[in-house]
Design a protein around this ligand. Structure first.
Ligand SMILES: C[S@@+](CC[C@H](N)C(=O)[O-])C[C@H]1O[C@@H](n2cnc3c(N)ncnc32)[C@H](O)[C@@H]1O
Length: 186
Protein backbone atom coordinates (compact mmCIF):
# COMPACT_ATOMS: atom_id res chain seq x y z
CA UNK A 1 0.00 0.00 0.00
CA UNK A 2 2.83 2.40 0.94
CA UNK A 3 4.71 1.46 -2.25
CA UNK A 4 1.61 2.11 -4.36
CA UNK A 5 0.91 5.50 -2.77
CA UNK A 6 4.59 6.49 -3.13
CA UNK A 7 4.43 5.50 -6.80
CA UNK A 8 1.24 7.49 -7.41
CA UNK A 9 2.53 10.57 -5.56
CA UNK A 10 5.89 10.42 -7.41
CA UNK A 11 4.11 10.13 -10.78
CA UNK A 12 1.85 13.11 -9.99
CA UNK A 13 4.79 15.24 -8.77
CA UNK A 14 7.03 14.32 -11.75
CA UNK A 15 4.16 15.01 -14.19
CA UNK A 16 3.59 18.41 -12.58
CA UNK A 17 7.29 19.27 -12.77
CA UNK A 18 7.43 18.17 -16.41
CA UNK A 19 4.37 20.27 -17.34
CA UNK A 20 5.83 23.36 -15.59
CA UNK A 21 9.25 22.77 -17.22
CA UNK A 22 7.83 22.59 -20.77
CA UNK A 23 5.44 25.49 -20.15
CA UNK A 24 8.43 27.67 -19.20
CA UNK A 25 10.55 26.28 -22.04
CA UNK A 26 7.85 26.86 -24.68
CA UNK A 27 6.44 30.04 -23.19
CA UNK A 28 2.94 28.55 -23.15
CA UNK A 29 1.12 25.98 -21.02
CA UNK A 30 -0.92 23.12 -22.54
CA UNK A 31 -4.15 25.03 -21.96
CA UNK A 32 -6.86 23.42 -24.11
CA UNK A 33 -9.10 25.26 -26.56
CA UNK A 34 -12.59 25.75 -25.16
CA UNK A 35 -15.50 23.79 -26.59
CA UNK A 36 -17.07 26.86 -28.29
CA UNK A 37 -13.79 27.85 -29.93
CA UNK A 38 -13.14 24.26 -30.99
CA UNK A 39 -16.50 24.11 -32.79
CA UNK A 40 -15.85 27.49 -34.38
CA UNK A 41 -12.44 26.32 -35.67
CA UNK A 42 -14.02 23.14 -37.06
CA UNK A 43 -16.67 25.23 -38.84
CA UNK A 44 -13.98 27.51 -40.30
CA UNK A 45 -12.14 24.45 -41.66
CA UNK A 46 -15.39 23.05 -43.13
CA UNK A 47 -16.33 26.38 -44.73
CA UNK A 48 -12.88 26.54 -46.33
CA UNK A 49 -13.35 23.00 -47.70
CA UNK A 50 -10.21 21.78 -46.01
CA UNK A 51 -8.54 18.89 -47.78
CA UNK A 52 -5.21 17.11 -47.77
CA UNK A 53 -2.85 17.44 -44.82
CA UNK A 54 -3.67 19.47 -41.73
CA UNK A 55 -0.86 20.35 -39.31
CA UNK A 56 -1.62 21.32 -35.75
CA UNK A 57 1.29 23.14 -34.11
CA UNK A 58 1.28 22.42 -30.38
CA UNK A 59 -1.52 19.89 -29.87
CA UNK A 60 -1.51 19.87 -26.04
CA UNK A 61 -4.04 17.35 -24.67
CA UNK A 62 -5.37 16.72 -28.19
CA UNK A 63 -8.59 18.71 -27.79
CA UNK A 64 -8.41 20.11 -31.32
CA UNK A 65 -6.34 17.40 -33.00
CA UNK A 66 -8.80 14.57 -32.25
CA UNK A 67 -11.81 16.72 -33.15
CA UNK A 68 -10.22 17.74 -36.48
CA UNK A 69 -9.26 14.16 -37.30
CA UNK A 70 -12.83 13.04 -36.58
CA UNK A 71 -14.50 15.84 -38.58
CA UNK A 72 -12.16 15.34 -41.58
CA UNK A 73 -11.62 11.57 -41.89
CA UNK A 74 -10.24 11.95 -45.44
CA UNK A 75 -7.54 14.37 -44.27
CA UNK A 76 -4.22 13.36 -42.73
CA UNK A 77 -3.73 15.26 -39.47
CA UNK A 78 -0.17 15.76 -38.22
CA UNK A 79 0.12 17.23 -34.74
CA UNK A 80 3.29 18.39 -32.99
CA UNK A 81 3.66 18.48 -29.22
CA UNK A 82 6.97 18.53 -27.34
CA UNK A 83 5.62 18.56 -23.77
CA UNK A 84 5.99 14.98 -22.47
CA UNK A 85 2.89 14.56 -20.28
CA UNK A 86 0.29 15.90 -22.75
CA UNK A 87 2.04 13.92 -25.49
CA UNK A 88 1.82 10.63 -23.51
CA UNK A 89 -1.82 11.39 -22.66
CA UNK A 90 -2.69 11.84 -26.35
CA UNK A 91 -0.88 8.62 -27.31
CA UNK A 92 -2.87 6.66 -24.69
CA UNK A 93 -6.13 8.30 -25.80
CA UNK A 94 -5.30 7.56 -29.43
CA UNK A 95 -4.66 3.90 -28.58
CA UNK A 96 -8.19 3.60 -27.17
CA UNK A 97 -10.08 5.57 -29.77
CA UNK A 98 -8.02 4.41 -32.76
CA UNK A 99 -7.79 7.56 -34.85
CA UNK A 100 -6.03 6.31 -37.96
CA UNK A 101 -5.73 9.66 -39.74
CA UNK A 102 -3.99 11.37 -36.81
CA UNK A 103 -0.23 11.24 -36.28
CA UNK A 104 0.99 12.99 -33.11
CA UNK A 105 4.72 13.64 -33.09
CA UNK A 106 6.77 14.48 -30.02
CA UNK A 107 8.74 17.17 -31.73
CA UNK A 108 9.45 20.89 -31.56
CA UNK A 109 7.51 22.20 -34.57
CA UNK A 110 10.24 24.80 -35.18
CA UNK A 111 12.41 21.82 -36.23
CA UNK A 112 9.79 20.39 -38.58
CA UNK A 113 9.39 21.31 -42.23
CA UNK A 114 5.84 22.54 -42.81
CA UNK A 115 5.83 22.57 -46.60
CA UNK A 116 3.52 19.53 -46.91
CA UNK A 117 0.72 21.27 -45.03
CA UNK A 118 -2.46 22.28 -46.83
CA UNK A 119 -3.79 23.76 -43.60
CA UNK A 120 -2.11 24.92 -40.39
CA UNK A 121 -4.00 25.27 -37.12
CA UNK A 122 -2.52 26.66 -33.91
CA UNK A 123 -3.28 28.12 -30.50
CA UNK A 124 0.01 29.45 -29.14
CA UNK A 125 1.07 32.86 -27.78
CA UNK A 126 1.98 36.33 -29.03
CA UNK A 127 5.73 35.65 -28.75
CA UNK A 128 5.53 32.30 -30.52
CA UNK A 129 3.51 33.85 -33.36
CA UNK A 130 6.31 36.42 -33.86
CA UNK A 131 8.85 33.58 -34.24
CA UNK A 132 6.52 31.41 -36.29
CA UNK A 133 5.66 34.02 -38.92
CA UNK A 134 8.98 33.93 -40.89
CA UNK A 135 8.98 30.11 -40.75
CA UNK A 136 5.47 29.99 -42.25
CA UNK A 137 6.45 32.56 -44.87
CA UNK A 138 9.49 30.60 -45.99
CA UNK A 139 8.07 27.05 -45.86
CA UNK A 140 4.35 27.10 -46.66
CA UNK A 141 3.11 26.55 -50.17
CA UNK A 142 1.08 29.34 -51.75
CA UNK A 143 -2.62 29.17 -50.80
CA UNK A 144 -2.01 27.23 -47.57
CA UNK A 145 -4.79 28.02 -45.11
CA UNK A 146 -3.59 29.18 -41.67
CA UNK A 147 -6.12 29.28 -38.83
CA UNK A 148 -4.93 30.77 -35.55
CA UNK A 149 -6.83 30.73 -32.29
CA UNK A 150 -6.64 34.01 -30.28
CA UNK A 151 -3.15 35.12 -31.37
CA UNK A 152 -2.61 36.74 -34.75
CA UNK A 153 0.42 36.62 -37.02
CA UNK A 154 1.86 40.09 -36.40
CA UNK A 155 2.27 41.31 -39.97
CA UNK A 156 0.07 39.07 -42.08
CA UNK A 157 -3.33 40.40 -43.05
CA UNK A 158 -6.08 37.93 -42.22
CA UNK A 159 -8.60 37.12 -44.91
CA UNK A 160 -11.14 37.09 -42.12
CA UNK A 161 -11.27 37.35 -38.32
CA UNK A 162 -14.18 35.71 -36.54
CA UNK A 163 -15.27 36.49 -33.00
CA UNK A 164 -16.48 33.46 -31.08
CA UNK A 165 -19.61 33.91 -28.98
CA UNK A 166 -17.88 33.04 -25.73
CA UNK A 167 -17.10 35.02 -22.59
CA UNK A 168 -13.82 36.34 -24.00
CA UNK A 169 -15.09 36.99 -27.57
CA UNK A 170 -12.16 34.81 -28.66
CA UNK A 171 -10.85 35.73 -32.08
CA UNK A 172 -10.05 33.23 -34.79
CA UNK A 173 -7.79 34.59 -37.52
CA UNK A 174 -7.96 33.06 -40.99
CA UNK A 175 -5.08 33.58 -43.42
CA UNK A 176 -4.37 32.32 -46.89
CA UNK A 177 -0.63 32.31 -47.49
CA UNK A 178 0.31 34.42 -50.49
CA UNK A 179 4.06 33.76 -50.34
CA UNK A 180 5.78 31.20 -52.50
CA UNK A 181 7.69 28.66 -50.39
CA UNK A 182 11.46 29.16 -50.34
CA UNK A 183 12.13 25.87 -48.58
CA UNK A 184 10.29 22.78 -49.68
CA UNK A 185 12.75 19.97 -49.13
CA UNK A 186 14.53 18.59 -46.10
C1 LIG B 1 -2.25 26.69 -25.59
S1 LIG B 1 -1.78 25.02 -25.87
C2 LIG B 1 -2.92 24.55 -27.13
C3 LIG B 1 -3.23 23.08 -27.14
C4 LIG B 1 -4.13 22.62 -28.25
N1 LIG B 1 -3.65 23.06 -29.53
C5 LIG B 1 -5.55 23.11 -28.06
O1 LIG B 1 -5.93 24.02 -28.81
O2 LIG B 1 -6.25 22.61 -27.20
C6 LIG B 1 -0.24 25.20 -26.76
C7 LIG B 1 0.56 23.92 -26.85
O3 LIG B 1 1.65 24.12 -27.75
C8 LIG B 1 2.77 23.39 -27.27
N2 LIG B 1 3.97 23.98 -27.87
C9 LIG B 1 4.39 25.26 -27.74
N3 LIG B 1 5.53 25.45 -28.45
C10 LIG B 1 5.82 24.27 -29.02
C11 LIG B 1 6.87 23.83 -29.89
N4 LIG B 1 7.82 24.67 -30.30
N5 LIG B 1 6.85 22.56 -30.33
C12 LIG B 1 5.87 21.70 -29.94
N6 LIG B 1 4.85 22.05 -29.12
C13 LIG B 1 4.82 23.32 -28.66
C14 LIG B 1 2.69 23.56 -25.77
O4 LIG B 1 3.39 22.55 -25.09
C15 LIG B 1 1.18 23.47 -25.54
O5 LIG B 1 0.77 22.17 -25.25
Amino acid sequence: MIILSTLIISTVVCSGISIVFYSLYNGISPMPTSSKVKHQVLDVLSENETQGTIYELGSGWGTLAFAIAKRFPKCQVIAYENSLVPYIYTQIYKFFIRTNNLNIKRENFFNALLSQANTIVCYLSTDIMVRLQPKLASELQKETLVVTNTFALPSWTPQQTIETEDLYRTKIHIYVNQNKAKKNRR
